[in-house]
Design a protein around this ligand. Structure first.
Ligand code: ZN
Length: 78
């Protein structure tokens, strides 16, 4: 996988979690495979991961639990 910005280094595979919104509600998908460019930090989602996201957003995948986290809104900081 090459960086869309034309960097020479191949993109690195990374497992990460991502926040999405479904029906206005935040959902988190963890262990998502994502490509990251070590040079410019550009991220790219491989097709299998994009499909997972699509299925989750469509509601065809059942969740494995609730995710809760502290929320920091930028308007409240400072
Ligand atoms: Zn790059």
């Amino acid at each position: 996988m090459e960086c869309p910005n034309g960097c020479l280094s191949p993109m690195e595979i990374k497992k990460d979690e991502r926040l999405f919104h479904r029906n206005g509600l935040p959902i988190v998908i963890s262990d998502l495979t994502i490509y990251v460019c070590p040079e410019c930090g550009q991220e790219s989602m491989p097709l299998p991961s994009a499909r997972i996201v699509e299925n989750v957003l469509k509601g065809t995948v059942s969740s494995s639990g609730k995710f809760t986290a502290e929320l920091y809104e930028m308007s409240c900081v400072g």
